[in-house]
Design a protein around this ligand. Structure first.
Ligand code: DON
Length: 584
């Protein structure tokens, strides 16, 4: 075909035309508005990054719990860069940073005690936002369609409104009552989001204006222009810390992702300042080391008519105890502290840690120490384009609706990401995880995260794209979805091979070392498993919100797409027609 066209056009044209075969594209988005925008972009010739930019801005309008302009996140990509022949993995860190005037003890009172909720509610809880710069830089490096065109769906939805989902109304009501007694600062959340009515249209004219300015002037508007002015005005009026120097100085970081081999695949995930990639690497690799032992224990349990899910839950909890002990001690922003990434993922170390796991009984939490010799709202989306490029993106305001402060005149919520720092050594954050020196507050530093946007490669091709919200449970949710879908040795034994949707919807459990011996679980846990875990000594807590996984899985040449049934997401696979491509 290429020869025919080339011969036909001959010397008249200086480029070649070729017909590129039809290909499948897939998406798993946290709501229907973003799913629609992403599909449109992919159908009109945009790549996975173009689609992510459009989807990311739409979610800032239609999913205000977590979609954002005032927050930050991480993007794991597998993209073909212009002038490069093969696609490669990249990682974009657009996490928030501590403002220049932040200090280690800023959330402690005169007696050195943590001031309740000071790092979670109100203007002082915000780090310098990274989302707009993140989407801008991703687009500059990889985008094909125009920036303006990609912002248009978000502008339209903000200007003309969208129909409020029942879950959004419910979350907003919950947040209003939760935040009511948490701060002396007068919040303006209710003024902007207090009237969301399920089934009714909700318009955000100020946000539409902000998006228009960003469409016109790019990230410059947000960090140095009119929107920057509005942020600084709001911060001044509320004793917040972010000033114009913080905004003008904000930078994203292109980092080397965490990579490790597992089960014949290569897993690509988030490096520090996320704990996600390292923790996931430790879990999956310990899982492989212990699998023979686990399968034996499973056989014995089956013979003795014992509960198999309880056995699996205990096995996972034992590994998780060790992973979260390391997280609290060693992990933080690697631009500020030395994070021993290699040691934490080395097979010698993980062999040693795995050997401590007791498949019969619970190891004592107090005795589980960091192991080296020396010392509920986020949102995720997964996109694959028809050329096989992929984006796995998790971004957040931290708590649902962030710190409860809307930038007046800007119409967008600010994050309360400062709570992800360790406000005092050993004192737990809102997700119950602790930290120490590695994650203490320093101006300009990024707070430790659990967000784990992840890709799995099968040779040179993407096999899976996965991620989720859920605070500290993000890591264990991603771990369980990968094991469910990519380790048939175990899942066949128990449940048969799972489809993408089954892998996502299956029961998930979570343990993070502290609170002592507590397992969080989804309502799918059977009474029989519950009883077996209690008999073993675990305390159980029902948690309806262990994530909202958005998952893409390739089986042979067919994509499967799954949005967690627990959320309001939409997943879709569709085939794009063959296209004519020009080549110089
Ligand atoms: O970066 C982190 O780990 C947290 N700020 C994520 C917050 C989150 O997932 C809330 N969602 N339920």
């Amino acid at each position: 075909m290429r020869f025919y066209l080339y011969a036909l056009l001959g010397g008249l044209l200086s480029f070649q035309l070729s017909i590129v075969h039809a290909g499948q594209a897939a998406l798993a988005m946290p709501d229907s508005y973003s799913a629609e925008a992403v599909e449109k972009v992919l159908r009109s010739g945009g790549n996975a990054v173009d689609a992510a930019v459009a989807g990311g801005f739409v979610l800032a309008v239609t999913y205000p719990e977590a979609g954002n302009l005032g927050g930050g996140g991480f993007m794991t990509l597998f993209m073909q860069e212009q002038n490069r022949s093969a696609a490669q993995a990249y990682f974009l860190d657009y996490r928030e940073t501590a403002p220049g005037s932040a200090s280690r003890d800023m959330y402690l009172d005169g007696k050195g005690e943590v001031i309740p909720f000071a790092s979670l509610v109100g203007a002082k809880a915000s780090g310098v936002p990274g989302t707009v710069m993140g989407l801008w830089q991703a687009h500059r490096r990889f985008g094909k369609l125009s920036w303006k065109q990609l912002l248009q769906p978000a502008i339209d939805l903000a200007q003309n409104g969208f129909i409020v989902d029942p879950a959004l109304q419910e979350h907003s009501l919950w947040y209003q009552s939760w935040v009511a007694d948490k701060s002396d600062e007068e919040l303006n959340f209710d003024h902007y989001f207090g009237n969301l009515q399920s089934g009714e249209r909700f318009r955000q004219p100020e946000l539409a204006q902000t998006l228009r300015r960003i469409a016109e002037s790019g990230a410059d508007d947000f960090y140095r222009g009119r929107t920057a002015e509005l942020i600084v005005q709001s911060m001044r009026a509320r004793n917040g810390l972010i000033d114009s120097k913080d905004l003008a100085g904000y930078q994203v970081k292109w980092r080397q992702p965490i990579r490790f081999d597992w089960n014949g695949y290569q897993v690509i995930s988030a490096p520090p300042p996320s704990s996600g990639g390292i923790a996931l690497g430790q879990l999956l690799q310990m899982y492989s080391i212990l699998k023979p032992q686990y399968l034996k224990a499973q056989e014995t349990a089956r013979r003795n008519l014992q509960d198999l899910v309880a056995l699996k839950t205990h096995f996972f909890a034992e590994m998780e105890k060790r992973v979260y002990a390391d997280r609290a001690e060693y992990l933080g922003d690697s631009d500020f502290v030395a994070v021993p990434v290699k040691s934490l993922l080395s097979s010698a170390y993980l062999q040693k840690r795995a050997a401590e796991v007791n498949l019969q009984k619970i190891s004592d939490s107090e005795a589980v120490k960091p192991g080296l010799a020396e010392s509920p709202e986020t949102t995720h989306f997964s996109i694959v384009d028809s050329d096989g490029n992929a984006v796995s993106n998790t971004y957040t305001l931290n708590m649902p609706f962030g710190n409860g402060v809307v930038i007046e005149g800007g119409g967008f919520l600010m994050n309360d990401e400062m709570d992800d720092f360790s406000t005092k050594p050993g004192v737990a954050n809102v997700f119950g995880v602790t930290g120490g020196h590695a994650n203490e507050i320093v101006p300009g530093k990024r707070m430790l995260s659990s967000m784990s946007p992840t890709l799995v490669l099968d040779g040179e091709r993407v096999k899976a794209v996965v991620g989720t919200p859920g605070g500290s449970s993000i890591i264990t949710s991603v771990f369980q979805v990968l094991v469910n879908s990519l380790d048939s040795a175990v899942t066949k034994e128990m449940d048969g091979e799972m489809s993408a949707q089954q892998a996502v919807d299956a029961l998930r459990v979570h343990h993070q070392l502290w609170p002592k011996d507590r397992i969080d679980y989804h309502p799918e846990l059977s009474p029989q498993t519950e009883a077996a875990l209690k008999a073993k000594g675990y305390k159980l807590r029902l948690n309806n919100y262990l994530g909202d996984v958005q998952f893409l899985l390739r089986k042979d040449d067919e994509w499967q797409a799954a949005s967690d049934y627990r959320g309001r997401g939409q997943a879709k696979v569709f085939t794009l027609p063959a296209k004519v491509q020009t080549e110089n």
